[in-house]
Design a protein around this ligand. Structure first.
Ligand code: HEM
Length: 180
């Protein structure tokens, strides 16, 4: 997992819960990196999982809710860091249906060792999109947060329903209906 995911996460934890919480979750985790991350480095996903588990235990917020809020924050980073990629699109459904064959393809060019999910489009109309998310990392709520912000970015609204196809969240169906 790329370092930028860790550095932005710890910045947000500091912002919302204070530096003591950052120290607490780092110290209670068993981290090969020692909790020192650079944005261009690559680290084990298990480190992120431990940080999330300890933050969840200390805040009583579920890991899914933490990932959702984190993704909504991370979209802001995407907007500032990759404005060109977003400018390719004028419609949220077009953008979301292009994660697999365009957006993450470009991400892979920038970060060859990125660990990305797959999104398979099952149905697509002007206002509806059905996709299957697959990833061993089960970060579907990170996806949900990015999708929420994608609609906001285009001044649009949607209802998004998740259906777990596997109990462990490694396969999830997203049913997306645009409202405006
Ligand atoms: C992961 C970039 C748009 C879904 C990632 C990672 C990066 C990235 C850098 C982390 C890879 C790693 O740590 O190894 C981007 C950029 C985007 C974009 C630059 C837009 C320009 C989206 C959108 C979605 C999405 C719109 C919507 C669903 C995900 C998910 C992950 C991920 C769910 C977590 C990894 C996993 O589940 O296995 N993306 N992304 N991305 N991205 Fe994107």
């Amino acid at each position: 997992m790329k370092g930028i995911i860790f550095t932005e996460f710890l910045d947000l934890v500091e912002d919302k819960f204070g530096l003591e919480m950052v120290d607490k979750i780092i110290n209670s985790s068993n981290l090969e990196s020692g909790g020192i991350y650079t944005s261009v480095g690559t680290y084990k996903f298990s480190e992120m999982l431990q940080l999330l588990q300890h933050l969840s235990a200390n805040t009583d917020i579920s890991i899914d809710d933490l990932l959702l809020v984190y993704a909504e924050h991370f979209f802001g980073i995407i907007e500032t860091s990759y404005p060109g990629l977003l400018a390719t699109y004028s419609d949220p459904i077009e953008m979301l249906s292009s994660i697999e064959n365009h957006i993450h393809v470009e991400v892979r060019k920038i970060y060859p060792d990125a660990e990305l999910p797959t999104f398979e489009v099952l149905e697509k109309t002007d206002d509806n999109l059905v996709m299957i998310y697959k990833s061993s990392r089960a970060m579907h709520h990170f996806g949900l947060g990015l999708m929420n912000k994608t609609f906001e970015h285009f001044n649009s609204k949607a209802s998004i329903v998740l259906e777990k196809l596997k109990e462990d969240g490694t396969e999830v169906k997203f049913v997306i209906n645009k409202n405006l």
